[in-house]
Design a binder for this molecule. Sequence first.
Ligand SMILES: Cc1cc2nc3c(=O)[nH]c(=O)nc-3n(C[C@H](O)[C@H](O)[C@H](O)COP(=O)(O)OP(=O)(O)OC[C@H]3O[C@@H](n4cnc5c(N)ncnc54)[C@H](O)[C@@H]3O)c2cc1C
Length: 369
Amino acid sequence: MFDSTDVFVIGGGPAGLAAAIAARQRGFRVIVADGMRPPIDKACGEGLMPDGLAALERLGIRVPLSEAYPFRGIRFVGLDSSAEAVFPREAAGLAVRRTSLHPIIAERAEQLGTDFLWGTSVSGICAEGVRVGDRTVRCRWIVGADGSNSLVRRWAGLDDGRKPRLRYAYRRHFRVAPWTDHMEIHWGARCQGYATAVGRDQVCVALASHDPAMRLEEGLRELPTLSARLRGAEAVTTERGALTGNRTFRRVFRGNVALIGDAAGTVDAITGEGLGLSFTQAVALARCFENGDLSAYQQEHRRLLLRPRGMARLMLTLDGRPWLQERTLQTFRKYPEIFRRLLALHLGELPPLELVRDGLTLGWGLLTA
Ligand SMILES: Cc1cc2nc3c(=O)[nH]c(=O)nc-3n(C[C@H](O)[C@H](O)[C@H](O)COP(=O)(O)OP(=O)(O)OC[C@H]3O[C@@H](n4cnc5c(N)ncnc54)[C@H](O)[C@@H]3O)c2cc1C
């Protein structure tokens, strides 16, 4: 058992592992503790957008194609029509099962010399360090990467009591050949379904709604096109649930404790950006360890959340409004350039000001559709 380290990361999900890698890349000694053991699964749409893949590459990770399935863009599917846009510069996203992605990131952290305490839940933090069982591991920095219900956030006094309206999400995998090379968002009256092919014979399906009682089966009844695709397909995993939504905290650090990933705030699952965000946050955080000052991390964290949060809000204006969904899809079909540019904006490839021009065209399209 270790007595001391430079950085103690609480939570060995994607965000905690990314934080460990970025800190090791800068030469810090790092311990990661997680109550579970790899490969760790979680309810997720399992899509990595091109910007998320670029962030992963900065951590020295390329997901092998044997473990992933590529997608070229996003397709919106409504009750009566659909519209699609490809990623800029013919970039591709990758869909990867969480049980494949987790060991890939963990292996990179291990190669770089991270020490692991798998199957070890942290029970508290104190001025000297981190409480593990009846021992204290001394450390310079503590990273809370313990997910959306973070205890570290509470222990550090960073929970600020704000209660956003979150959505209920479920995900399951079905044995069926992929029918598309796009990640699909199916719009229903009360929910959305996300379909992402994760292999040659497997599709990940996630569902999000405001109704706590709406499980996958009931939600699929509101999404006829997706249901038809899945008809007769065998479910190969059990249904997993999670909460999703835009959630922010006033502060993401106090003293020597910093939060990362879902512990530091979430963006709605509809963005497909949660993983990529945590990879980018990891690099920003390690830079601040080097400078010995976490206040710059606070600013950078806020800046990084702006774009995905804004895009989630924009997309969710369609939530629960079937007439607006239909008009938007018709407008995207009539002016495909708008959808393509919105996708580029989503990936950070266009400045937000560009939205003004597209917003006007979109507004005109909605009025005249
Ligand atoms: C339905 C849904 C669909 C999504 N789809 C996508 C998508 O397509 N693309 C995308 O990029 N993002 C997506 N996301 C978001 C993404 O899943 C999350 O942003 C990501 O999992 C966050 O990783 P994390 O490491 O912060 O948290 P987690 O993955 O939750 O990891 C936290 C870890 O901390 C550990 N832990 C907790 N408490 C302790 C403790 N006391 N001691 C030790 N360990 C502890 C847990 O065991 C866990 O392993 C989706 C989310 C949802 C809900």
